[in-house]
Design a protein around this ligand. Structure first.
Ligand SMILES: Cc1cc2nc3c(=O)[nH]c(=O)nc-3n(C[C@H](O)[C@H](O)[C@H](O)COP(=O)(O)OP(=O)(O)OC[C@H]3O[C@@H](n4cnc5c(N)ncnc54)[C@H](O)[C@@H]3O)c2cc1C
Length: 408
């Protein structure tokens, strides 16, 4: 029988889309977030871009495309206004020999026109509304979205209660019910728990090595010029550049991103959240690959930015699925040929974390996967993809159980 109650820990895109997928199936969901507002950490940038990065005909591209199409359909179903979610399209530029070869390889796979098509530099310029220096892949439905609004909309649901300012320290399971503790007090009980708190997931399941890594990123906001205001699509080179969008500062700004820097283990989280002028310049340099003229025109137009921490795994796949009892597994290692249903699964405990730099395309599909697992429905992705996402894979690999590590 499907469970009736669930707790989701973490109010970013992973937690909010998981809460939504479960609430849509009739579960009563309590969403716990440590900040006063949803989407206050990695999911809180002024804009998030929604597009797939395809590399060829492989399992990584299959997941990227499935996630993109799922997120697009989901966000469209929420009736967000075009000033909050805009399917303006995206041009992915062949800005060097390697990228040109990649986009040509993807174009040769004959994807339907509503997903992507190959365009020349001149066609790209006409679509973008500004001069573009390279041929490109055009994704006509790619979009930008305002993440905080999206997270609020996903959780405005009769079956979802949100408790903010709740930093979860401990999860206990007593008599088939999970009990969640905040500041030493039980605040809620439920049959199912989904851990969706990104870089802090490891604290909640200490025996299971998640191997997550924190990756600092900075986006820059740029005041639009007369020329840059003509930009109609997102343009991606080694970063992304959005059309000018009305921001909270009441200005029309472009969102330009993003930097990547693995966080040294010695630095505290706070040290890493300061805006760095060098990172603004690194972002600005990415515009040179789009259009040298635009790069010149936008010098000195940076008006602000935002820093946050991604949560990534060494193999770049998220961690999404049911959790194993790591202590029981290591105390009694199974044979490599063991059946997955003979492993010590924790009934009701799931995870949706480690979405790296593409959480808006990957987290909602992982949320749907979890909801299908929890409610015993047909999975929305192949068994091979579900296996790649196996949140227990690093422990299983460490134990030499490679076959089991690849099973969902
Ligand atoms: C600079 C930058 C630019 C990016 N641009 C894009 C983009 O354009 N498109 C895209 O798809 N992705 C982008 N990403 C990646 C994307 O932002 C992330 O993949 C995504 O936000 C991850 O969502 P999440 O819910 O897993 O994590 P988070 O948004 O970090 O959410 C985790 C939540 O858990 C809460 N939490 C943590 N511990 C606890 C606890 N113990 N109790 C209660 N709550 C807790 C946190 O407060 C937080 O709200 C970007 C990332 C960065 C850094």
């Amino acid at each position: 029988m499907a469970p009736k109650t669930a707790i989701v820990i973490g109010g970013g895109i992973a937690g909010c889309s998981t809460a939504y997928a479960l609430a849509q199936r009739g579960l009563q969901v309590t969403l716990l977030e440590r900040h006063a507002n949803l989407a206050s950490e990695a999911s809180g940038n002024p804009l998030a871009m929604l597009y797939p990065r395809l590399s060829g005909d492989n399992v990584t591209s299959e997941f990227a495309l499935a996630g993109y199409l799922h997120s697009l359909a989901l966000f469209k179903s929420l009736d967000l206004s075009p000033s909050d979610f805009n399917t303006c399209g995206m041009l992915q530029l062949g800005f060097n020999a390697r990228e040109l070869a990649r986009i040509q390889k993807v174009a040769a796979q004959n994807h339907p026109d509503h997903i992507l098509n190959y365009v020349t530099q001149f066609e790209a310029s006409a679509l973008a509304g500004i001069d573009i220096a390279h041929d490109a892949l055009y994704f006509p439905n790619a979009a930008w979205v305002k993440p905080q609004l999206l997270c609020r909309r996903l959780t405005q649901h009769d079956n979802i209660s949100i408790i903010t300012l709740s930093n979860v320290y401990n999860i206990l399971k007593i008599n088939n019910l999970f009990e969640i503790y905040v500041a030493g007090n039980i605040i809620v009980k439920a049959e199912v728990v989904v851990i969706a708190n990104a870089n802090d997931a490891q604290y909640l399941c200490q025996n299971l090595p998640l191997n997550t890594q924190t990756v600092r990123g900075q986006v820059s906001l740029l005041n639009a010029t007369d020329t840059s205001s003509n930009l109609q699509t997102i343009v991606c080179s080694d970063g992304y550049f959005s059309p000018a969008v009305l921001q909270q500062n009441a200005r029309h700004c472009h969102c330009l991103g993003a930097t990547f820097s693995a966080t040294p283990a010695s630095s505290t989280k706070q040290d890493n959240l300061h805006i760095d002028d060098k990172d603004h310049l690194a972002n600005l340099d990415k515009i040179n690959n789009i259009s040298p003229k635009l790069h010149q025109a936008l010098q000195g137009n940076i008006t602000g930015g935002r820093v946050s921490q991604r949560c990534a795994t060494p193999d770049y796949w998220p961690l999404a699925g049911q959790l194993l009892d790591a202590a029981a597994l290591t105390a009694n290692p199974p044979r490599p040929s063991a059946a997955t249903n003979s492993l010590p699964w924790i009934d009701g405990l799931y995870m949706n974390v480690a979405h790296g730099s593409k959480g808006f395309t990957s987290a909602p599909l992982c949320a749907e996967l979890l909801a299908c697992l929890i409610c015993n429905e047909t999975l929305p992705i192949s068994g091979e993809l579900a296996g790649r996402l196996n949140p227990n894979r690093f422990l299983l690999k460490e134990m030499g159980l490679k076959r089991l590590a690849k099973m969902g």
